[in-house]
Design a protein around this ligand. Structure first.
Ligand SMILES: [Zn+2]
Length: 180
């Protein structure tokens, strides 16, 4: 019975990852639909939402792990593209409530930090070797879907590759030695 349950979770996991990816990719830009937040708000353009989901996943479990992984991967990809705007002015900048838009350098550092943090959080949610496959596939899949709508793809690819190799890999490899 346990084996059947495990098989079900294994089969359903990629579906939850995909749902997370599709919800997550546009999620930081919900600031545009509020009257309260300026665009590229530091509240939605931050690891806050993925972090809350990671905490919920560790408490509740079930498919939430895979969903949170999808959201985190999508956030990392979203910020990889946000890292390469046409110019560092206006709505490309990170905004802070009651303060306004921050300087270009701060915005750049914050977006790079968020991208790295989300790639790391997604890696933390990896539980078995199959999850490692969904982790990498997730990045490739949502990147390919997003790139045609953006004006550049080379910079984001390099930024994500660095984030995954530096941050994702350490977690993925550590888990591997834990399992052995
Ligand atoms: Zn954005």
């Amino acid at each position: 019975m346990q084996a059947v349950g495990k098989l079900l979770v294994t089969l359903v996991a990629p579906v939850f990852v995909a749902v997370g990816l599709h919800y997550g990719i546009g999620m930081p830009d919900i600031d545009q639909r509020t009257n309260l937040l300026l665009h590229r708000s530091i509240i939605t353009h931050s690891p806050l939402i993925p972090l809350i989901l990671l905490i919920l996943a560790s408490r509740i479990g079930l498919g939430l792990y895979s969903f949170a992984m999808g959201i985190s991967i999508a956030f990392a990809v979203h910020h990889a593209f946000d890292l390469f705007p046409r110019g560092w002015a206006g709505a490309a900048l990170i905004s802070i409530p009651f303060y306004g838009w921050t300087p270009g350098l701060f915005s750049w550092i914050w977006i790079a930090f968020t991208m790295c943090a989300c790639a790391y959080l997604a890696a933390r949610l990896v539980q078995g070797w199959l999850d490692k496959v969904w982790y990498l596939f997730g990045f490739i899949y949502i990147f390919i879907l997003t790139a045609p709508k953006e004006h550049t793809w080379f910079g984001p690819v390099v930024a994500l590759a660095v984030a995954i190799i530096v941050l994702g890999r350490t977690v993925l490899l550590r888990r591997e030695s834990d399992e052995a």
